[in-house]
Design a protein around this ligand. Structure first.
Ligand code: PLP
Length: 404
């Protein structure tokens, strides 16, 4: 099934198609998603949720359909628990700045968080007197459940929030969220999961994980840029303060008062990205037709090839556990003697291999280890082939020999 999917992606249909291995940043789009975007603008470019004319009605229905599909994809109990946002960053900010905080409330994160799941909590610490604590991982970056339990114990009744990535963009390492949630809930803390790197690559079931919030990036799921999602338990969303009030967020207003609309409208203030929402439905259709376990296994298979190839090269160290099955499709490499940005440029110039270089918005992890150069990160997705990853490894080897 996955073998055929390359045909669905227009950017992969020419002689000069890249070996695109920057999927942890943003994924390519299938034709069906592109058609959904242009379809909105060419057929019904109206406003959903408000106008009652034909354009408005068609858009409202398509947006609602997309929400229902997205809810089913993550196994939400109700579609109105799903909010369309600009990106995962917006979703996390909505949770962080929408909850009520008291001085001394404790928020726990891991030590490998993307800035989007670190800085909002640091901001609360600076502005609201919340205590942000970091749970250190094992030396190989795998999650230290015992350290987490100790951190919960230390915080005791002050523990208010556990905010952790499901899968890290630094290294592809998965945090055992179901176990984390169970422990956090024993302390009556909320669990907000950053699913930016899990939702596109594996089955994510918010009810089975028993979490409270899930933030994710639609643009990393074959969907359009400028789209993200936030799922939350309905009763929590109902009590959450919106960070963007205005049109769409109220059912009624007078000169002195406004009555909030129920979720999700309360959180979708202002005219929405309707083409993006509708195309999100197409992206979810695309992923729902695949077996997400197969997608995950495919990425690990490709990572085995990358891992073996990189381990054969001198002066390179992969971040995270040695076993590629513990790093999904991500192979993030510390280059001892080579400049990561230059290598990334050369990989594209020489062989059309596109990877990411730098600190991948996980500055805190690199700062802690004094590695300002960052790493070279290749990240695979469903349309990548063995040829893509072999080309990456072979070209990296050539570059290392030339520059080294
Ligand atoms: C783990 C993780 N969290 C959050 C984000 C931020 O996502 P967005 O760009 O959708 O805001 C990213 C993006 O790379 C990520 O990898």
């Amino acid at each position: 099934m996955l073998n055929q999917c390359r045909d669905d992606f227009p950017t992969l249909q020419n002689e000069a198609a890249p070996a695109y291995l920057d999927n942890a940043c943003v994924t390519l789009k299938p034709q069906s998603v592109i058609d959904a975007i242009t379809g909105y603008y060419t057929t019904t470019p109206g406003c959903g949720g408000r106008s009652v004319h034909r354009y408005g009605t068609v858009v409202s229905k398509a947006v609602n359909d997309a929400r229902v599909k997205l809810g089913a994809f993550i196994n939400a109990e109700r579609a109105d628990e799903v909010i369309f946002t600009r990106n995962a960053t917006h979703s996390i900010n909505q949770v962080a700045h929408g909850l009520a905080w008291e001085r001394g409330d404790v928020v726990l994160t891991s030590d490998r968080e993307h800035n989007s799941n670190l800085v909002p909590w640091l901001q609360l610490e600076q502005e609201r007197g919340v205590d942000h604590h970091v749970v250190k991982s094992h030396d190989d970056n795998s999650f230290d459940l015992e350290a987490f339990e100790r951190a919960c114990e230390d915080a005791g009744p002050r523990l208010k929030m556990v905010a952790m990535s499901h899968v890290g963009n630094l290294d592809g390492v998965e945090i055992p969220i179901a176990e984390v949630a169970k422990i956090a809930h024993d302390y009556d803390a909320l669990v907000a999961v950053d699913g930016a790197q899990s939702t596109p690559h594996m089955n994510v079931d918010v009810q089975a994980l028993d979490i409270d919030f899930l933030s994710f990036s639609i643009h990393k799921m074959c969907g359009p840029s400028g789209m993200g999602g936030l799922w939350g338990r309905y009763e929590l969303l109902d009590g959450l303060r919106t960070i963007q009030s205005g049109g769409q967020t109220v059912t009624h207003s007078t000169y002195t008062e406004a009555t909030w609309a129920p979720p999700p409208s309360k959180f979708e203030g202002g005219l929405g990205n309707f083409s993006g929402m509708i195309a999100t439905g197409a992206a979810v259709d695309y992923l729902s037709a695949l077996d997400m376990n197969e997608v995950h296994e495919h990425e690990i298979r490709l990572n085995r090839i990358m891992t073996k190839g990189v381990n054969d090269l001198p002066g390179m160290k992969i971040i995270g556990p040695e076993d590629p099955s513990k790093r999904g499709g991500i192979c993030s490499i510390l280059l001892e003697h080579l400049p990561a940005h230059e290598v990334a440029l050369l990989l594209d110039e020489v062989a059309g291999v596109m990877v990411r270089s730098g600190q991948h918005c996980v500055h805190s992890w690199f700062a802690d280890r004094n590695i300002p150069e960052g790493s070279l990160r290749a990240s695979a997705y469903l349309y990548n082939t063995e040829e893509d990853v072999r080309c990456f490894v072979d070209t990296l080897s050539e570059i290392a020999h030339t520059l080294g």
